[in-house]
Design a protein around this ligand. Sequence first.
Ligand code: PMP
Length: 346
Amino acid sequence: MRDLNELTRPNIVRLKPYSSARDEYKGKQATVFLDANENPYNAPFNRYPDPLQTELKERIAALKQVGTGHIFLGNGSDEAIDLVFRAFCEPGTDNVVAIDPTYGMYEVCAGINNVEYRKVRLDDNFQFDARHMLAVADRNTKVMFVCSPNNPTGNSLYRTEIEKLLSGFDGLVVVDEAYIDFSSEPSLTLQLERYPNLIVLQTFSKAWGCAAIRLGMAFASVPVISVFNKIKYPYNVNQLTQSEALNALSHPEQVSGWVDKLLLERARMILEFRSLSCCLKVYPTDANFFLARMTDATGIYNRLVDKGVIVRNRSHVTLCENCLRITVGTPEENNTLLEALRLEHK
Ligand code: PMP
């Protein structure tokens, strides 16, 4: 890997970060806080939250078996994606390489930050070849993005190819594991020591059932996490979110119960879809959704909308012609979808 200071934008290397009142005073003994221009009334909401989310990181560190210094928490993993661009990619000069199709925010964040976005098309099995990714990279390529299990295809990418990228690329490799809790593949968080250029993204929005609280995680080397902390908003994860996440972390058995149920429903839905006359193919999935090739995805999508059932039309996405992406819901929600689809072609 290239020196991190060489990968980081020069203005960010030079930057003197903002130091908040709560950054400067970290002790726990004080009882009088007249340092942050807060209102003394309306506890507990009158106080700024912990800028580095220490307690939450300790709980996540124990769960994930990584040190707290390897964790960044943000306003969804979308915040971490944006910070990757703002920290490492010089607008108008640098570029990133990503698989295609994949999660749309990498390209949107590249556009917002005026960073060239190079796409490498997946093969017909929705897999990628590390050599193709490495071949489109040049000296100005700072970051590569892969997503496993991938969105919208649902499949896990071959671990051997991801590891070839990690060892063959001298910039940073983001592996987005938003859906890892639904997969039987092990997380790459266990490989952080081995690959200093690895950034793993995970989220509370999927298996943890907490999309509304906006909490995303990035796991990386201590120096990479320090760069994120240097440029993030001072209080980027609010107190309500920190408290609710601690609450969710106290009930991991609830999450594994949901995952078990969703995996059973996923298997049932795939079987049901295979028997539908309007469905041509269901692709293998390791996520809480699946991609299905339909006879007429847009027509079916519109008729479902009319019935108040919303799925994701991915027809215009690379390699996903005529495909709908179906999130696995409750048995009742899934049955409503199936009933509507059984009326197709009748
Ligand atoms: N990565 C992937 C692959 C996703 O599908 C999503 C959400 N659809 C995200 C990241 C964003 O997650 P968050 O809610 O944590 O911002």
